[in-house]
Ligand binder design. Structure first.
Ligand code: HXC
Length: 510
C-alpha cells in the first residue's frame, strides 16, 4: 500500500513540474507566475481541487509520442473565492506553450460543463499559443467544442478570462465569447495572428505590444475590460470582481455586511453640479458617494471615458452603475460609449443585477465620423439593452438629458422603475442655443431678441419640471439624499416582477 501511495505522490510531483524547471524559470524571468501559482493566488488558500492531472495528449505525429507531459498544458479544477465556488482552468505555458490539443480541450470542456451544471462562475487564465500545431484538425475541433460551451454558458454563469501571456488563435476567440476579459500590462498580448504573419500578409511591421498589448485592447479595440500591472494584482482584482457577481442567472445577488448606513445625507452633493451648465464635474464623485464605502469596480475605465460603467454595492447588495461622464466630451453618447454601456447593461440584466443610471448627457455626438461609423446602430444597442432589461432600474438625472439620449438613458418610457431628477436637471430636446437658432431663425441677426428667446426657452424647458408635470420624473430629489433614495428604491424593487414576451431570442442590432 505504501508503495502505491508513494507512486501517486511521485506522479503528482512530475505533473506539477509541468514543462520542467528551465521553462518555469523562463516564465518567472518574464515576470509571470506558473499556472498553479496563479490558481493558488486566485482561490482561497487550500481549496483547489484539481481534475485530470494525469491526462496526456494522444498525438503521434512529428514525434509527439515521445514528449508527453502529464496535464498536457492546462491545469483545471475548482475551489472557492471568499467561500463561494468557482471553476478554473489555467493554461500552462511551460507545456507546449500552453497550446491546445484534443486532450487539453477535453479537460477544459469538462470544467465548463461542470460549471454550467453546478451553476458557478468559470475563470480561464490564458497564456497560450493557440491550436497545437502538431495536432491539426483535432485541435481545431477541440476549440470549437470549447466555443460551443462558451455560448451555451453565456448568460447562465459568469465567464471571465484573464490574459496573462501571449495569446493567439483560439486562445483569443474563446475569451472573446466570455463576459469579461482582463489583461496584464507588458506581459500579455492578444491577436488572431501574430506580428510575423502580419508582416507576411500585409507587410506591416508591428511589435506584439503594438498589435495586441493591454494598451491597445483597453483603449482602442475595447476587447479588454481592464488591465493590471502584474499577475498577482490581476488575480486579486479578479477575486474582488467575483465577489460582486451572482453565481449564476438563477442565484440570488451576493450580499455582504454593509457598514455604511444608507440613511444619512451627503451635503457635498448639493454643490456637485456647477452653476454654469457648460462646466464639467466628475460623475465618479456621485458614484462613489452612492455605493457602499466608495467601493466601485470599474469596467473599461480606459475606453469611451465619456460613460462610466461598473459594479458597486448598496446596502451590501450588488448594483450595476452606468453614468455619463461630463468630464469627457461633456458626457456625449457616441458609438463607443453606446456599445460599452449596452454590453454592461445586458450583463447586468442576464444576472439580475439592478441598474442605477446617472444621466448628464447633451445628446448623441454629431458628425460624419460617427454617422459613417454606424452611430445609429451602435446607439440603438444601448436603447435596445435598456428597453429589454427587466431588472430594477433606477435613473437619476443630475443635469442634461437632451434629445434621443434622454430616451435612451433608462427613461421612464423604457420601463424605468424609479426616475428621479435633481433640481439642476434640464430635460429637453436640445440645449437653449441650438433650439433658439432653429425655432427663431428669422431673428438670428437680432441679439436682443435672441437673448429674450433664449431666456424664455431656458425658463420653460431647462428644468426637471416639464418632465415632472407629465410624470416622466417620479420625483425631483435633493442631491444630498441620493444614496438614501437609491437604497430605499432598491429595497422596494427587490421583489419586482417583469417579463418580456416569449421569444427564442431577440435580435439586438449587432
Ligand atoms: C505547439 C507551440 C505552439 C503551438 C508555441 N508552442 N505555440 N507548440 N503548437 N501553437 C511551443 C513552442 O514550440 C515552444 O516550445 C513553446 O511553446 C514556447 O514558444 P516560444 O515560441 O518559444 O515562445 P514565445 O517566443 O514567447 O512566443 C509565444 C508565441 C509563439 C507568440 C505564442 O509561440 C507563437 O506565435 N506560437 C504560434 C501561435 C499560432 O499561430 N498558433 C496557432 C493559431 S491558429 P519549446 O519546446 O521550445 O518550449 C488557432 C486555430 C484556432 O489557434 C482558431 C479558432 C478560431
Amino acid at each position: 500500500m505504501k508503495e502505491v501511495l508513494a507512486e501517486l505522490e511521485r506522479r503528482r510531483e512530475v505533473a506539477k513540474a509541468g514543462g520542467g524547471q528551465t521553462r518555469i524559470d523562463a516564465q518567472h524571468k518574464r515576470g509571470k507566475l506558473t499556472a498553479r501559482e496563479r490558481i493558488s493566488v486566485f482561490l482561497d488558500e487550500g481549496t483547489f481541487e484539481e481534475f485530470d492531472m494525469f491526462v496526456e495528449h494522444r498525438s503521434t505525429d512529428f514525434g509527439m509520442e515521445k514528449t508527453k507531459i502529464a496535464g498536457d498544458g492546462v491545469v483545471t479544477g475548482w475551489g472557492t473565492v471568499n467561500g463561494r465556488p468557482v471553476f478554473v482552468f489555467a493554461k500552462d505555458f511551460t507545456v507546449f506553450g500552453g497550446s491546445l490539443s484534443e486532450a487539453q480541450a477535453e479537460k477544459v470542456v469538462k470544467v465548463q460543463e461542470m460549471a454550467l451544471k453546478n451553476r458557478a462562475p468559470i475563470i480561464g487564465l490564458y497564456d497560450a499559443g493557440g491550436a497545437r500545431i502538431q495536432e491539426g484538425v483535432a485541435a481545431l475541433g477541440g476549440y470549437a467544442e470549447i466555443f460551443q460551451r462558451n455560448v451555451l454558458a453565456s448568460g447562465v454563469i459568469p465567464q471571465i478570462s484573464v490574459i496573462m501571456g501571449p495569446c493567439a488563435g483560439g486562445d483569443v476567440y474563446s475569451p472573446a465569447m466570455t463576459d469579461f476579459i482582463f489583461m496584464v500590462r507588458d506581459t500579455s498580448y492578444m491577436f488572431v495572428t501574430g506580428p510575423d504573419v502580419v508582416k507576411t500578409v500585409t507587410n506591416e511591421t508591428v511589435t506584439a505590444e503594438q498589435l495586441g498589448g493591454a494598451s491597445v485592447h483597453t483603449t482602442k479595440s475595447s476587447i479588454a475590460d481592464g488591465a493590471y500591472d502584474n499577475d498577482v494584482e490581476a488575480l486579486l482584482q479578479m477575486r474582488r470582481l467575483v465577489d460582486f457577481l451572482p453565481l449564476s442567472n438563477t442565484s440570488d445577488l451576493p450580499e455582504i455586511d454593509c457598514r455604511q448606513p444608507a440613511a444619512g445625507d451627503d451635503l457635498s452633493l448639493d454643490t456637485l453640479v456647477p452653476d454654469n451648465a457648460n462646466k464639467p464635474y466628475d460623475i465618479r464623485e456621485l458614484i462613489l458617494k452612492t455605493v457602499d464605502e466608495a467601493d466601485f469596480f470599474e469596467i473599461q475605465p480606459s475606453f469611451a471615458k465619456n460613460i462610466v460603467t461598473g459594479f458597486g454595492r448598496v446596502e451590501g447588495r450588488t448594483v450595476g452603475i452606468v453614468a455619463n461622464q461630463p468630464m469627457v466630451l461633456a458626457g456625449v453618447l457616441d458609438s463607443d460609449a453606446s456599445r460599452k454601456a449596452a454590453r454592461f447593461v445586458r450583463f447586468c440584466d442576464c444576472f439580475s443585477i439592478p441598474i442605477v443610471t446617472f444621466v448628464d448627457v447633451p445628446g448623441f455626438l454629431p458628425g460624419t465620423s460617427q454617422e459613417y461609423g454606424g452611430l445609429i446602430k451602435h446607439g440603438a444597442k444601448l436603447l435596445f439593452a435598456y428597453a429589454e432589461a427587466t431588472v430594477p432600474k433606477i435613473t437619476i438625472i443630475t443635469r442634461k438629458a437632451f434629445g434621443g439620449a434622454y430616451d435612451v438613458m433608462a427613461s421612464k418610457h423604457l420601463r424605468g422603475d424609479l426616475n428621479y431628477a435633481w433640481p439642476s436637471a434640464q430635460i429637453a430636446v436640445m440645449g437653449a442655443k441650438g433650439a433658439v437658432e432653429i425655432i427663431y431663425r428669422k431673428d438670428i441677426n437680432d441679439p436682443e431678441k435672441i437673448a429674450k428667446h433664449t431666456k424664455e426657452y431656458e425658463d420653460r424647458f431647462l428644468s426637471p419640471f416639464v418632465a415632472a408635470e407629465r410624470g416622466y420624473i417620479d420625483e425631483v430629489i435633493m442631491p444630498h439624499s441620493t444614496r438614501r433614495r437609491v437604497a430605499r428604491g432598491l429595497r422596494l424593487l427587490r421583489n419586482k416582477e417583469l417579463t418580456n414576451p416569449w421569444k427564442k431570442h431577440d435580435n439586438i442590432p449587432l
